[in-house]
Design a protein around this ligand. Structure first.
Ligand SMILES: N[C@@H](CCC(=O)N[C@@H](CS)C(=O)NCC(=O)O)C(=O)O
Length: 217
């Protein structure tokens, strides 16, 4: 059995899967893209969008982070149950979508704009996304449970999605003191050993962050 993960240590979606792999202690080979042209070409032959991460399980490709983690649970189970059965599982899947779509999705336009030439920027789109990001923060502040993690007492797929989403979103649009529950949840995520390992491995790449990485993390 060989597991290979194509990804980058600074990439938020790569973190999402790395967190699951690190938390389980699952062995795998990390294939860093996109700097290495040959490895990146190999990824694009398998998945022409060139998006990462991508998992190869004995050569079998698995794309999309939520599906990769579901695959790991089915074929390489460890102590964590990433998606529980029944109603709790439906809540976990909803929260996973929430963090990907409403947090990561609304953080990305500001980052993309900063990477574009000035005449190709979309100021309206960025302002709208920032507004939606604040709505997502307020929703989380009102709806996160009293428990340690997003869906309750267990660390799940929802937390794998939340950690990179909230880590980088806070750099784009600070969560701030007015949302103590969300701020506390982000701090607990960053203290999780699998997440803090990702934070440390990504640290050398912080100059890549086009808006300038703050020193608070
Ligand atoms: N929905 C995808 C998103 C993956 C994604 O957008 N990954 C980013 C890196 S964080 C990427 O591949 N960026 C490079 C590109 O779009 O060419 C997933 O969950 O796997």
């Amino acid at each position: 059995m060989t597991l290979e993960l194509f990804g980058h240590p600074f990439s938020s979606y790569t973190w999402k899967v790395l967190i699951a792999l690190y938390a389980e202690g699952t062995e795998f080979r990390f294939r860093q893209v996109p700097e290495d042209q040959e490895t990146y070409a190999e990824l694009k032959r398998i998945w022409p969008f060139g998006k990462f991460p991508l998992l190869l399980d004995d050569g079998w490709p698995v794309m999309e982070t939520s599906c990769i983690i579901e695959h790991l649970q089915a074929h390489h189970p460890g102590p964590n149950v990433w998606i529980p059965e029944g109603e709790p599982g439906r809540r976990v899947r909803f929260l996973d979508r929430f963090f990907d779509l409403h947090v990561q999705g609304n953080m990305q336009p500001a980052v993309n704009n900063a990477l574009r030439p000035e005449d190709a920027r979309d100021a309206y789109g960025e302002a709208k996304a920032r507004e939606n990001l604040r709505i997502a923060y307020d929703w989380l502040e009102a709806n996160l449970p009293e428990a340690e993690w997003a869906a309750g007492d267990d660390f799940t797929l929802a937390d794998c999605a939340a950690a990179p989403a909230l880590f980088y979103a806070d750099w784009v649009e600070e969560i701030g003191e007015t949302r103590p529950r969300l701020k506390g949840y982000r701090a607990r995520l960053l203290a999780h050993p699998a997440v803090s390992r990702c934070v440390e491995e990504a640290r050398p790449y912080r100059p890549y962050f086009p808006l300038g990485a703050p020193d608070r993390d």
